[in-house]
Design a binder for this molecule. Sequence first.
Ligand SMILES: NC(=O)c1ccc[n+]([C@@H]2O[C@H](COP(=O)([O-])OP(=O)(O)OC[C@H]3O[C@@H](n4cnc5c(N)ncnc54)[C@H](O)[C@@H]3O)[C@@H](O)[C@H]2O)c1
Length: 403
Amino acid sequence: MNNNNFGLTRSPSAILFGDGQRHALGRVTAHVGQRALICTDERLSISPLLEEMLQDLTRNGVAYRVFDGTQPELPSDGIETCVQEHRAFNPDVVIGLGGGSCLDMAKLVALSLSHGGSLEHYYGELKVPGPVLPVIAIPTTAGTGSEVTPVAVMADKKRDLKVGISSPYLIPHIALCDPELTVTCPPGLTALSGADALTHAIEAFTAVANPADPLLSQSRVFVGKNLLSDQHALTAIKAIFEYLPRAVENGADREARSQMMFGSLQAGLAFGVAGTAAAHAIQYPVGALTHTAHGLGVAALLPYVMRFNAETHLHAYVAIARAIGITTASPEQAVDELIHQTRQLLNRIGIPRTLADLGVQKSQLDWIAEQSLLSARLINNNPRRLELGDLQLLTRRAFHGHL
Ligand SMILES: NC(=O)c1ccc[n+]([C@@H]2O[C@H](COP(=O)([O-])OP(=O)(O)OC[C@H]3O[C@@H](n4cnc5c(N)ncnc54)[C@H](O)[C@@H]3O)[C@@H](O)[C@H]2O)c1
C-alpha cells in the first residue's frame, strides 16, 4: 500500500489508440503545424505504410521532410546529422515513426531545434528550459512506451554509455498508437520490446513511495510509486502476462498485438511518472559492455531484482501476484509463484537467463556494480536500499543464475 494518497499522471494532450488510427495522422498534424519533420529509419522509408502517411499529410496541406537515418539504440551523432540536415526546413512539428529509437530521435531533435546547443547540457532531470516543438509519436514496437514518457535515451558516442534526458517538456504532444503497425515485428523483437514493457510496469509498481509533499511533482520528473501510476502499472502487467507469449508465437494474432500495444502504453504512463529502478540501473553498464538491446538486458535482470527486493518489500509483489490471478494462500508462496511465472514467461519468449548468457564476463561484475551505483536516480527509486555490496551480490546472482 502507498503510505499516502498522492497521485500523478502526465501524458500527451491526446492519445489515439486502435487499429487504423494511423490514418488520422494528416488531420491530426494539420491541427498542430504545417511543416513536419518525420524521424524514422531505413526499414520504414521503403515501406508502403510511410508512402500512405506522406500522401495523407499532403492531402491535409502539411509540407514534410523525411529523415530515415535513425539507428537502433540511438547513437548521438545521428541526432546531430538530422538536426543539421533539416534545420533550414524550419519544421513546426516533429513526427517520430518507428521503435523507441525513432521516437526518442524525434524528441531530441525537437529539443535541439527548440533550444540549440549540445545535448550534453540537458543530460539528467529537469534541464530542458522550456517547451519544445510539438512531437507526434507513432510507435511501431510494443515496448518502450516512449510515445507517452518524459524521457529520451541516446548512446553518447564520446562516453560509450547510454544517457537519458528527462523533462515533462519531452512528453509527446500526441501519441498515435496503431497496433497494426506492430504486426511486422519478428518474434525476437516482439519478445525483447514486450519484456521491456513488463520490466517498466513491475519496476514502476514496486518503486519507492515517497512521503507526502505538495511540491514533489514540481521538483522531480520521476516521483516514485503513487495512486495513479499503480493503476496503469497493474493494467499493463495483466495485459502483458496474458498476451506477450501469444504475440511472440503468432505475430498475426491481432488481439495479442493490440493488447501488447495497450500494455506498453499503460506501462509508459506508469513509469513515466513513477520511474524505474535497479534492473534499469544495472542494464546501462551491461548494455555498454555487451552491446545487447536495452529490453533484453532489463528483462534478463528482472527476476533477480524481484527476488532481491521481495526479501524486504513483499507487499507490492504480493499485489502483483494477486492481480495476475495467483491465489496461493501465503504471501511468501504467492511471491515465489510470481517470480517463477515471470521466469517461465521470459524463458518461453527467449530472453537470456543470466548475465553470462548476455555475454558478461565474471571479471566485469564489480565494474558493473560500481557503474550501476552512479545511476543515483534509479538506485534511489529502488524499494530496497542499494549499497555497492548489494549491487555486487545482485550482479553475482544474475551472472550465475541464482534466483
Ligand atoms: N524514451 C523512453 O521512454 C524509452 C524507454 C525504454 C527504452 N527506450 C529506448 O528505446 C530504444 C529501443 O527501442 P525499441 O525496443 O522499440 O527498438 P528500436 O527502436 O531500437 O528498433 C529496433 C529495430 O526494430 C526495427 N523495427 C521497429 N519496428 C518494427 C516493426 N514494426 N517491424 C519490424 N521491425 C521493426 C527497427 O527498424 C530497428 O532495426 C533504446 O534506445 C532504448 O534505450 C526509450
